[in-house]
Design a binder for this molecule. Structure first.
Ligand SMILES: [Zn+2]
Length: 343
């Protein structure tokens, strides 16, 4: 092809040589030389077509990267009407990625029945997103028993568009999503995913002995504080997560909210967020962090998002209405929507 460009110069053109694509140069050269070989011409045209397709595909890829519509929802606690709406809204909104931030299973009097919800409901829910080609990043939360982690993960793994994001990183559309579902300890008895925030964490007064789920039922922990001290802290857990290559294009999905931002306020006014998560976000400055856990916080504090340096932190909450957030990652426009239950 370089030679053909050279031939063009020899072709006697007085115009300065413009930078031509090799295929264009080849065609031009053929004309100049008066070559009428149909086969050569055909080959060059084919090559031009191929190039055109390549450019179109690259354009589409770029466009896909530019349009990154994310739908974030959290703490659905097995509410089927909310799950149904989630799919409809994701389709209407044209979501590329749906993020479900934990506490996905029903919280009924018989928590050991949560496995049935995964098998009888979530499996089909995931299948719908998979068929629609919408990525679904999710994990279980502190109210979802750890004994179902394996079943949950196996169910996710049945679908290429469904990803269990617990303590993992997943890349899509040029963005890196990192998930963590450990929570700071609380007074409630279920301790499956509880951790001390930092080494000097001061425990709250407890509602009773700690409980861990086992396949044979509850295991009572006599001295939960001593037990928790042997576990890694939230600070250690968040620092050992896979680090994204580029924080500027990263989204952290952390069930537990950070402290000091008004995203962690309980009904009685206590602010129970994590110092370790706050410090991590402040230090590493990802594009976005998504949280849940304290369902009532936005209504109590009047805040559902906050800025921590360059990082936007979102905690939409979840009460009786179906509450979700739409985020355009390319423009960083985001919105919180609440829907009443309609029969
Ligand atoms: Zn929670």
């Amino acid at each position: 092809m370089v030679n053909l460009t050279y031939l063009m110069r020899l072709g006697g053109t007085t115009q300065p040589l413009v930078v031509l694509e090799p295929e264009q140069a080849a065609l031009a050269a053929l004309k100049i030389l008066g070559i009428k070989d149909k086969r050569v011409e055909e080959k060059i045209r084919e090559e031009q077509e191929r190039k055109k397709k390549e450019i179109e595909e690259a354009d589409k890829e770029v466009k896909d990267q530019w349009c990154m519509e994310v739908l974030f929802v959290t703490d659905l606690h097995g509410s089927k009407w909310k799950y149904e709406r989630l799919f409809e809204v994701a389709e209407d909104f044209g979501a590329n990625v749906v993020i479900n931030g934990g506490d996905m299973l029903p919280q009924n009097s018989e928590p050991f029945g949560q496995g049935e919800f995964i098998t009888n409901y979530l499996d089909n829910h995931f299948a719908r997103f998979n068929s629609a080609g919408i990525y679904y990043l999710c994990y279980l939360g502190n109210d979802d028993l750890r004994i179902f982690d394996q079943l949950f993960e196996e169910t996710c793994n049945k679908y290429s568009f469904v990803v269990c994001l617990a303590q993992r990183k997943f890349e899509v559309g040029g963005y890196e999503f990192v998930g963590m579902n450990w929570v700071v300890d609380y007074p409630f008895r279920l301790k499956d995913r509880c951790r001390m925030d930092t080494d000097d964490y001061i425990f709250q007064e407890q509602f009773g002995k700690g409980l861990l789920s086992t396949p044979n039922g509850w295991q009572e922990i006599d001295d939960w504080f001593a037990y928790a001290k042997m576990l890694p802290t939230i600070e250690e857990e968040i620092n050992r997560l896979v680090r994204p290559k580029d924080m500027v294009k990263s989204v952290y999905v952390i069930h537990m909210p950070p402290y000091r931002l008004g995203l962690d306020k309980c009904y009685h006014g206590a602010e129970v967020g994590s110092k370790a998560i706050y410090d991590f976000l402040k230090k590493y400055q990802p594009k976005l962090s998504l949280h849940g856990h304290i369902h009532e916080s936005p209504e109590v504090s009047g805040r559902w998002y906050a800025k921590l340096g360059r990082t936007i932190c979102i905690q939409p909450g979840q009460l009786s209405e179906f509450t979700y957030v739409t985020i355009d990652l390319s423009t960083m426009k985001f919105d919180r929507i609440k829907e009443q239950y309609v029969t």
